[in-house]
Structures are given as C-alpha cells and as structure tokens.
Ligand binder design. Structure first.
Ligand SMILES: NC(=O)c1ccc[n+]([C@@H]2O[C@H](COP(=O)([O-])OP(=O)(O)OC[C@H]3O[C@@H](n4cnc5c(N)ncnc54)[C@H](O)[C@@H]3O)[C@@H](O)[C@H]2O)c1
Length: 307
C-alpha cells in the first residue's frame, strides 16, 4: 500500500514512516524541511522537498497515486502563530485544503490528519473528551480546527474518508526544541549539558505527555479504521512539570538546577485528555510508561552529545 506522509522528515512523521516500512507498506515523504531533517527519512524512501501549499504537490500525487495520505506537515508553534497568524493559516488551513483537493482528485481512499488538543482551548472539565467544546485560544489551535472542518466537508461533499487524531503533548526522540510541546526535549537537552532548567510558574501545572512511538502506532491504526471519526491520542494522565523533573533526575542519576520564574501569560494550567474513544473504536491505547519513554529519550539525546 502506498502511503504519502506529509511532514515525514519531522519528529512524529519520521516515526510514522518507520512503522509504515515495518508493515511492508510503501511510504512517500513530502516535507519542506522547515523544521524537519532529511536524516530522519529512511534511505530509499521517495522524498520530495515541496511545500504543501504549492501547485507542484500535484506531481507527487500524479506520479505515485497514494491510497492513503497521513498529513503531519504543519506550522507547529503556538508562539509563531500569534506573531504570524496569516502564515500559520496559510500552512495549516490552506495547505491542508491543497492536500484535500488533491486527495479528492486522485481518489485517495483515506486521509489521516494530525490535529491537536489546542483546538479545545481552556479545559472546562478534565479529562477532556472529544465532546468537549472547541474554543481555541491560539491562532494555531484555530488553524488546526479550521482544517478539521474542511476535512469534514470534503467527506460530505466528495466522500473522502478521514480519521482526525487530536494529540496531547507528544514527546520523545528527534523532537525539535521549537515545537509545540518542546518542554521535554528542552529539559532533557539542558539537563544532559548540566544547564539550569527554567520553570515558568510553580511547576505544578500539568500536561498529558504521550510518547512518539505510541502516536505513530495510532496513525497506523487509523489507516485501516473504517469510519470517519475524531480521536484524542493521549494518556489520560496529568503529569506536573515537577514530576517530569523528578523522573529526569532519576533517569540521569544527577540533581538538576531549577529556576522558578513568573508564569507566562496564556499558559494553560492543567490539561489531560481521555483516550477512551480511541481505545474502544481504534483499538489503540498508549503502551509506553512515562519513565520508559523518558529513559529512551534521554539515551537518544545523550548519544547525540557523545557523537
Ligand atoms: N508535537 C506535539 O506535541 C504535537 C501536539 C499536537 C499536534 N501536533 C501535530 O503533529 C504534527 C507533526 O508535528 P511535529 O511535532 O512532528 O513537528 P515537526 O515540526 O517536527 O514536524 C512538522 C514537519 O512538517 C514540515 N513542514 C512544515 N511546514 C511545511 C510546509 N509548508 N510544507 C511541507 N512541509 C512542512 C516540517 O519541515 C516538519 O518536518 C503537526 O501537524 C502538529 O500540528 C504535534
């Protein structure tokens, strides 16, 4: 099966490509390398350095005729989206629309879309389920949600099947430090270089950290899932930043130097998401314990420093 992965040179996309290869399917990667890295793309994988907004994307559909498109490419920074909302919208919403147009034209049988917990905005109740109100508080959350709405309409108008996956905070190896949930990679990188870690606020704010390999597997489950659905991909576990620091200290067997600074405006205090729907319908649940995922992440970044 030919599977086009947009953003396949990125953090999450490159792990999806690895899973596709393990299954004997054929990945094709489109990525403009704005935050991705060509070295993350396995050798012999067809790779196209193309912007998802561009007309030339059609060449890839014409040449490969993929049955499935897994769409990960995006502008992923909340902070960038507040400075450059037009560019954020062009990449995340219009870029997705360009992909939808081509999926319909080339009769793609399934689109899997990487959405985000950012679509929910401030949690009214936790755990957040897929029925929680959607009220983004960032342009990034809005552009991801607008793309979801285009996907729904393409399904209704043109019968394009989809699965939307709303990830919580993804962490693990190969994460770009500037990405949406970079706190783990920032802390791990600073910790192994014995630099101070800055915590904004008292460190009791929580996040729902899901490991990148688990997220890649959710995408694979979504490829063969019949039905057009939206799923949270998460752990249902709130982890405080102070707990993350404690796990890191244990993993590195060394005390860390922490500075507590004023909380940042707009930072969400607590958030975690239920994955009950994904467990029931997608037959997916996270497999990797937080400590195990952190250990693997630490080992990865330590090996980069050594080499
Ligand atoms: N990391 C998280 O915690 C998280 C949480 C929720 C949702 N997501 C979503 O997951 C997806 C993957 O994010 P990631 O964390 O792997 O980030 P990433 O930055 O590592 O991956 C994004 C990839 O898309 C590519 N890209 C960006 N703009 C492009 C464009 N215009 N044309 C072609 N390629 C382009 C980048 O070069 C990069 O390789 C994104 O859609 C993001 O919104 C991530």
């Amino acid at each position: 099966m030919k599977v086009l992965v947009t953003g396949g040179a990125g953090f999450i996309g490159s792990f999806i490509v690895e899973e596709i290869i393990k299954l004997g399917w054929e990945p094709i990667v489109v990525d403009d390398l704005s935050t991705g890295n060509l070295s993350f793309v396995p050798k012999n994988t067809p790779f196209y350095n193309i912007d998802i907004r561009s007309q030339s994307l059609e060449q890839v559909f014409r040449m490969h005729n993929p049955q499935v498109v897994i769409h990960q490419a995006a502008q992923v920074s909340v902070e960038f989206s507040s400075r450059q909302p037009f560019t954020d919208c062009e990449i995340n919403t219009l870029g997705t629309l360009n992909i939808l147009k081509l999926c319909a034209k080339y009769k793609v049988s399934k689109l899997v879309y990487a959405s985000s917990a950012a679509v929910y905005g401030i949690a009214k109740e936790v755990p957040i389920t897929e029925n929680h109100s959607v009220l983004p508080i960032s342009f990034y959350g809005l552009s991801k949600y607008s793309a979801e709405q285009y996907i729904h309409l393409y399904q209704q108008l043109y019968g394009l099947n989809y699965t939307i996956l709303r990830y919580s905070n993804v962490y693990g190896m190969r994460q770009n430090m500037h990405s949406e949930a970079g706190v783990v990679s920032i802390f791990v990188n600073k910790a192994i270089k014995e630099q101070q870690l800055t915590v904004y606020g008292d460190g009791n704010q929580t996040r729902d950290f899901v490991f990148v390999r688990d997220v890649a597997k959710a995408n694979i489950q979504a490829v063969t899932y019949m039905g057009n659905e939206t799923f949270n991909i998460s752990t249902n576990q709130p982890v405080a930043l102070n707990e993350l620091i404690a796990v890191l200290q244990q993993s590195l067997s060394q005390p860390l130097e922490i500075i507590y600074a004023d909380p940042r405006a707009g930072d969400i205090k607590d958030s975690y998401l239920s994955y009950a729907r994904a467990k029931q319908l997608l037959k997916w649940e996270p497999q990797i314990a937080f400590e195990t995922g952190i250990n693997e992440t630490v080992e990865y970044y330590q090996s980069l420093v050594r080499n």
